[in-house]
Design a protein around this ligand. Structure first.
Ligand code: IVH
Length: 677
């Protein structure tokens, strides 16, 4: 029928059905069939019709998700069927015992389990009457919870009206409300920008959001939901035989289910599912703290029943915690290569994310203030995936009266030199320079590293010994070490000592770029060092350059220029440089790579995208800039070329749609005359 011939009621109900269908495709099937803009257009049509005909507005309309009313508080609600929690299993053995106890009580020999991630959020009960969402309640103590309907209605993936028709007249479903990792990050960024408190983790953020009195705020925070069970169900619907079949019905009725759910058999099946999911854990878009296994055959649930606390037919296998509490024993100071003082948390050792952690960086003074951590606090420590451990914040409810505030020392703990706070920055620095043994060790480590002098065999332990004996105070001293000295050190065979001596000798032949990088000027990395070498060509010219001359080099801004000038002004740096040259360090003149007027890239605007194989991103950029190109971050009509590496995404698509020439990495290198790998 042509929309013009429909009554307003018919058109409104048709639009609602269409919107519900698209919500389902988007949230439940994860397979949208129209664009966001098309969806918005449908929504606006409905909104306009309802505005013109307010008598047509019903509470289950998608326009009615976010109410205007600010709540006064939360009502207590007694659950029709109690909401149980689960027994925890911490090992494979705990799971074996779980299964043994089941097999003792039932006659079947093998058990199938419905396995799914244990979401780290909050349990919620949703009550549908005649297919319409009537009430949403938190778990509370399992018997009584709080009514949070006004907030739950704002969760886009939860249907206000069930799809289809064959649902029971009363249907209570249970599941987890959670916040995705991405939403959580964004929320905390917004909180910071507004000067508000950040949330410690997605679960706290979800809990805080669900307890908002103003549903408008809840709506802005984009909570998610997965259904995993049920409560009261009226007997006009015959429960299927298996748990996974019930979940499949719930999905058909429009409720989002976890796509990772799977039916597995016996111990081996449970173990395999555990291994796979643990592997996947850090890639999932939400946080999980384990796996829930439920006996799949519902008849067995009735046979097994409940203990006083838990169902006997389900168990939660916990993953190693990614977040634990421990005591902050002290805050130490670590002195870096450029003298920056980094506060490091000394923790009561604790297992987190599968490893024992006893210290974690606190980054800087601002971070300590922002997080409000004090020595003696119980702190939350987090280690997710392979990420380095981090102190999230204090557990304020556990703060003893005896905590101490941390203050930055006024003098370097390693050398006693004065500590200087950098203007406008959170950084405190030891002013001792290479007089400071900590800076000296770090500077030496940097000097011998792969992209600097690349002296193999000179590891951190050896450098510590050399520095502690005062044999090597400055990098130039390395070139005066003798075989006898090295061979006399702990755990140093004559053969390895000789290898180190040979490596040092060989390192004398270097390049100007490596030499500049090795000096360790703050913020002069490998790429900047190369550009400086290209530009000045002679060390003396660089040493004498003023800020203005330095800023003529691509990528060198005011701060870097200032760092370079300051570095070369220090008499002791000059001495070290002289020492290095006198020891025989030398390099050939840098290859001429002047901006080539004839280069196909001179004056062109170029975008790099995807992963390059033969050059890293910075190198590629430097090469292009040396050829006179301007490298920008986004594709527009002004772009002349897009260079696409592997896994190029939206930038490549955009270039193609705008008809901009796309070059492969190989084609680009050939055009640059650099195709020799
Ligand atoms: S089933 C009687 N399945 O874990 C069975 N619970 O310790 C009730 N949870 O309060 C729970 N993901 O908040 C189940 N896939 C899942 C779950 C899950 C998270 C939470 C839920 C519950 C707690 C039980």
């Amino acid at each position: 029928m042509n929309p013009q011939q429909l009554s307003v009621e018919q058109r409104v109900s048709q639009l609602r059905e269409e919107i519900a269908k698209h919500n389902y495709a988007y949230y439940v099937l994860d397979n949208p069939v129209i664009s966001d803009a098309q969806y918005d257009a449908l929504y606006r049509q409905l909104l306009a019709l309802e505005k013109a005909h307010p008598e047509c507005v019903t509470p289950d309309s998608p326009t009615q998700r976010v109410g205007d009313q600010i709540q006064a508080g939360f009502q207590s609600v007694t659950h029709a069927v109690p909401m149980f929690s689960l027994e925890n299993a911490f090992s494979h053995e705990d799971l074996q015992n779980f299964e043994t106890r089941i097999l003792e009580r039932v006659t079947v020999k093998t058990i199938d389990y419905a396995a799914e991630p244990k979401m780290d959020g909050l349990a919620i009960n949703l009550r549908y009457e005649n297919g319409v969402l009537k009430q949403a309640t938190t778990r509370g103590d399992g018997t009584t919870g709080e009514e949070v309907t006004h907030n739950v209605r704002t969760i886009q993936s939860i249907p206000l009206k069930l799809l289809g028709k064959d649902w029971p007249q009363i249907l209570e479903v249970r599941g987890e409300v959670f916040m995705s990792k991405k939403t959580f990050e964004q929320l905390n960024q917004n909180q910071l920008a507004k000067g508000d408190k950040v949330f410690a983790n997605p679960r706290n953020a979800a809990a805080g959001t669900l307890r908002q009195l103003d549903p408008k705020i809840t709506a802005q925070r984009h909570l998610s939901f997965y259904v995993y069970g049920w409560g009261q169900i009226s007997d006009d619907w015959a429960l299927p035989e298996h748990y996974d079949q019930v979940i499949a019905h719930l999905k058909e009725w429009g409720l989002p289910t976890n796509p990772e759910a799977q039916v597995v058999t016996g111990q081996a099946g449970m173990q395999a599912y555990y291994d796979t999911l643990l592997q996947k854990r850090s890639e999932l878009p939400y946080e999980i703290d384990g796996i829930v296994y439920k006996v799949n055959r519902i008849a067995l649930h009735r046979q097994l029943g409940f203990t006083s606390k838990f169902p006997r037919w389900a168990i939660a296998r916990k993953f190693p915690a990614e977040e634990v509490w421990t005591e902050l024993l002290d805050i130490d100071i670590q002195v870096g290569r450029t003298g920056a003082l980094t506060p490091v948390a000394r923790l009561q050792p604790v297992a987190v994310g599968g490893v024992v952690v006893s210290n974690a960086t606190l980054h800087n003074m601002d971070e300590i203030r922002r997080k409000d951590v004090q020595i003696g606090d119980t702190v939350i420590v987090r280690r997710a995936g392979d990420v380095i451990p981090e102190v999230v914040g204090p557990v304020l409810s556990r703060r003893p009266g005896s905590t101490r505030l941390f203050t930055m020392p006024t003098h370097c703990p390693e050398c006693g030199s004065e500590v200087i706070k950098e203007h406008d920055k959170a950084v405190y620095r030891c002013s001792g320079g290479l007089f400071c043994p900590a800076q000296r060790k770090r500077a030496l480590q940097h000097f011998v590293s792969r992209k600097a002098f690349d002296i193999q065999g000179l590891g951190d332990k050896l450098i510590d010994q050399l520095a502690e004996r005062d044999w090597v105070k400055h990098p130039d001293d390395l070139f005066h070490l003798t075989l006898q000295q090295l061979a006399g050190l702990e755990r140093m065979a004559e053969k390895s000592a000789q290898n180190v001596i040979d490596a040092i000798e060989a390192a004398k032949q270097t390049t100007l770029a490596r030499f500049i990088f090795a000096l360790g000027i703050p913020e002069v990395g490998e790429v900047t060092a190369k550009q400086l070498a290209q530009h000045f060509r002679e060390l003396d010219a660089l040493m004498q350059a003023d800020s203005e001359q330095l800023m003529a080099v691509p990528d060198v801004g005011e701060v870097v220029a200032e760092n370079i000038v300051t570095f070369f002004k220090q008499p002791h740096n000059e001495e070290v440089i002289r020492g290095l040259l006198e020891a025989g360090v030398h390099w050939p003149p840098p290859q001429v790579q002047a901006v080539d007027e004839d280069s196909p890239f001179a004056g062109k605007v170029v975008v790099l995208t995807g992963t390059l194989q033969q050059r890293d991103r910075n190198e590629a950029k430097a090469l292009l800039e040396a050829a006179g190109a301007k490298v920008t971050g986004s594709v527009s009509a002004k772009t002349d070329y897009v260079i696409a590496g592997e896994k190029a995404g939206s930038k490549l698509t955009k270039a193609e749609s705008l008809g901009i020439p796309v070059l492969s990495e190989q084609q680009w290198l050939e055009m640059m005359g650099e195709n020799n790998g």
